[in-house]
Design a binder for this molecule. Structure first.
Ligand code: G3P
Ligand code: MG
Length: 247
């Protein structure tokens, strides 16, 4: 059994970066859209601006998802606030701001939603500073059954476990390809879930993860028919840009 306990209970459908098929990813609007569609959990990426403010953002820079071009490390919150993080997606979302972690947590509380908060350690960024900024805030805002911290970065997961202390914090180990030593890596941080890219995941590995007592979450799947056989492997949840397609 995983060392982290009790086991994690997540809904089968989790909206990736909010309902990112229908609203600009990782924004408050994307989380509101997920809630409006009846989805109760969202996956969101968190990282730090140059001034240390934790914000909900995926990329290392803001070129793809805003009208600006800076790297996050070059931005203060005041400058980030002047960028439009919605208009790139559709005119209806023009003026949507980059969300801070605090704003996002307040919205999740208001909507009664759960979050899989991915500590996104882009190249050159400090995993410890990110965990220190994000984990206590998350734990203060949401009850244990509505929060999960995940990362590809083992240092960020170790720091999160250390920060959480004896308090219950579900941790998920993220893998693009689940490696042969996945269980040792999960045990090292007392993870309760394994999050795997659904495409390279094989039935045998999925069944081993489930047999060892871990929750198994798959990202990022958008085709319910192609994904379907995985439910029989014991997959607990799919993380999708449009989970409503799986309803
Ligand atoms: O947390 C699952 C998934 O979000 C990991 O990949 O690049 O979409 O953050 P990415
Ligand atoms: Mg992510």
């Amino acid at each position: 059994m995983p060392l982290g306990s009790p086991p994690l209970i997540v809904p089968r459908l989790i909206a990736h970066r909010g309902l990112s098929a229908h609203a600009p990813e990782n924004t408050l609007a994307a989380v509101r859209a997920a809630a409006a569609a009846g989805i109760r959990w969202v996956e969101l990426d968190v990282q730090l601006l140059g001034d240390g403010t934790p914000v909900i953002w995926h990329d290392r820079d803001i070129a793809r998802c805003s009208d600006g071009r800076e790297r996050l490390s070059e931005l203060t919150l005041a400058t980030a606030r002047r960028r439009d993080a919605g208009g790139w997606f559709a005119p209806a979302f023009a003026g949507e701001p980059m969300a801070t972690l605090d704003e996002m947590l307040a919205l999740l509380v208001e909507l009664g939603m759960g979050v899989n908060l991915e500590l996104k350690v882009n190249r050159g960024h400090d995993p410890l500073a990110l965990a220190e900024a994000a984990v206590p805030a998350l734990m203060a805002a949401l009850p244990a059954e509505r929060r999960l911290v995940s990362s590809f970065d083992a240092r960020a997961l170790r720091a999160s476990r250390a920060l959480a202390g004896p308090e219950r914090l579900a941790l998920g180990a993220l893998f693009d390809r689940v490696p042969h030593d996945w269980q040792a890596r999960a045990e090292a941080v007392q993870a309760v879930s394994v999050h795997a890219n659904w495409k390279p995941l094989k039935a045998e590995r999925a069944r081993a993860i489930k047999a060892a007592g871990y929750a198994l979450l798959c990202f990022t799947a958008n085709d319910p028919r192609a994904f379907a056989p995985r439910w029989d492997w014991g997959v607990d949840a799919v993380i999708s840009d449009d989970p409503t397609r799986f309803l």
